[in-house]
Design a binder for this molecule. Structure first.
Ligand SMILES: Nc1ncnc2c1ncn2[C@@H]1O[C@H](COP(=O)(O)OP(=O)(O)O)[C@@H](O)[C@H]1O
Ligand SMILES: [Mg+2]
Length: 222
C-alpha cells in the first residue's frame, strides 16, 4: 500500500522483470527478475484479455506463450479446471465483450494461474470493480489461495482489502519512497474487521497514516 504515484506499480514491474533497476538489486527467489520470468504471472487493474478469443482461449493463451511440453488438449483441460475454480464454468465460450468486469478479472486470474507461477503480481486488480463484486472477488481470492498456496504480491489502495487479504502489509511513503511500516496480520481468514480488536486498531492506525501521507501529497502539488 502507498499513496498514488509512490512507485507501487513500478516496484511490481521491477520484480516482474519489465523494468530494470537503476541502482540497488532486486532478486526473485535468489535470481535476477529477468531470469525468474517463468515463475511469475501478472494480474492488472484492467483484465487485458484478447477480445477475439473466448474466455477459455484467453486462459490457454498464457500457456501457449510460455515454453512448455503441454499438449493442446492438456492446456484446454487445465484451463477448464481453473475457470471452474474462479466460478466461470458456464461462461467459458463467452468472449470478453460478453463478460462483466468482475468476470473478466476472474478470467485474468485463471490465466495467471494457468502458467503455474510461483508468484502472482497483482496490481490493484479489483480497484475498477463495484463494491459488491470487489467483496466477492476478495473472498474468492482467499479460497483460490487456500487451494493453490501461491505467493501473491498484491497492490491496493484499500485499507480494508489489505487487512482482509494480507499476511503482511508493507506501507510505502510518498516520494522519496520508503517503507514506513510493515504489519504482520496473523488473524485467520476469512476475517471480519469489525469483530477483531487487532484488525480495528490496524485499520485506525493505517487510516491516520494514509491521511497524513495524502496531506503531504497535496502540499507538494499545491
Ligand atoms: N519508466 C519510468 N521512468 C521514470 N519515471 C517513472 C517511470 N514509470 C513511472 N514513473 C514515475 O514513477 C512514479 C511512480 O509511479 P507508479 O509506480 O505508477 O506509482 P503507483 O503505482 O504507486 O501509483 C510516478 O511519479 C511516475 O510518474
Ligand atoms: Mg499503480
Amino acid at each position: 500500500m502507498g499513496p498514488s504515484g509512490c512507485g507501487k506499480s513500478t516496484s511490481l514491474r521491477i520484480i516482474g522483470g519489465l523494468l530494470e533497476v537503476t541502482s540497488g538489486t532486486v532478486t526473485v527467489d535468489g535470481r535476477q527478475p529477468k531470469d525468474a520470468w517463468d515463475d511469475l504471472a501478472y494480474v492488472f487493474q484492467s483484465s487485458r484479455l484478447v477480445p477475439w478469443r473466448n474466455a477459455l482461449k484467453n486462459v490457454t493463451l498464457g500457456m501457449e506463450m510460455r515454453s512448455n511440453d503441454l499438449k493442446k488438449s492438456e492446456m484446454i483441460e487445465r484451463s477448464q479446471e481453473l475457470l471452474n475454480m474462479v466460478g466461470l464454468q458456464k461462461d467459458m465460450k463467452k468472449f470478453p465483450s460478453m463478460l462483466s468486469g468482475g468476470e473478466r478479472q476472474r478470467v485474468a486470474i485463471a490465466r495467471a494461474l494457468a502458467v503455474d507461477p510461483k508468484i502472482i503480481l497483482m496490481d490493484e486488480p479489483f480497484a475498477a470493480l463495484d463494491l459488491n463484486t470487489r467483496q466477492r472477488l476478495r473472498s474468492e481470492l482467499i479460497s483460490i489461495w487456500n487451494q493453490t498456496k501461491k505467493t501473491i504480491i498484491f497492490v491496493t489502495h484499500d485499507i480494508d482489502e489489505a487487512l482482509l487479504l494480507a499476511d503482511r502489509i508493507v506501507l510505502l511513503s510518498d516520494k522519496p519512497t520508503r517503507v514506513i511500516q510493515t504489519i504482520e496480520v496473523k488473524d485467520e481468514r476469512p476475517r471480519i474487521i469489525e469483530q477483531s480488536d487487532v484488525l480495528r486498531s490496524y485499520r485506525n492506525n493505517l487510516t491516520d497514516l494514509f491521511k497524513k501521507l495524502e496531506n503531504t501529497d497535496q502540499k507538494v502539488s499545491n
